[in-house]
Design a protein around this ligand. Sequence first.
Ligand SMILES: O=C([O-])CC(=O)C(=O)O
Ligand SMILES: [Mg+2]
Length: 206
Amino acid sequence: MSNLIEKFLAIPTTAISDATGGHTNLDAKIKPLSDHYKIAGRAVTVRLPDGENKAVLEAISIAQKGDIIVIDAKGNTNRAVAGDFVASLAKGLGIQGFVVNGVIRDIAAMRELDFPIFALGTTVASGNKHGGGKVNVPIAIGGVSVQPGDFIVGDVDGVVVIPQGEEEEILKKAEEKLAKDEAREKEALANGEESIRKYLEKALAK
Ligand SMILES: O=C([O-])CC(=O)C(=O)O
Ligand SMILES: [Mg+2]
């Protein structure tokens, strides 16, 4: 695993959001399908025609280990972009997860597989496999544009996109924010009501 992936895996998305100013957070409707999912890696993007999912297989075939497949399914909630079979192909090749503004199916088996998926929800219907769709093109998902190679971090709070080239700067800012948050918490909660009141007084006086 690359150093960058390991470092971002150790940071909550909330601190990354604070570091980026919150401009590249995906809409909250795109949620992890299990609370413990945590992913950090480069985006392979997919743009799907409505109700289709064949191009997801193409993305799986070209992704590198550690990549995250980010799928623009146009918010379609009637047809699944993947189920547990497609997810097991991705998992078997070392892909970290899927992020999708669409739905998946086979949710019970998917959770058992423990392959991280961030999506709008689930459906019973499979996607069509007529073809079409594009891999590694710019997409927009959850109100944010994503370029192939952008860095994606997701956890129980949501998903944030870090534009390619800004990773080191954002990492530094997020680590600093995390340290600041921890110091604030330590100060305020050090001594029960007394330190809480002192903290509130100071914060409100600012
Ligand atoms: O085949 C599909 O489109 C989705 C599916 O059920 C699977 O991946 O298991
Ligand atoms: Mg299936």
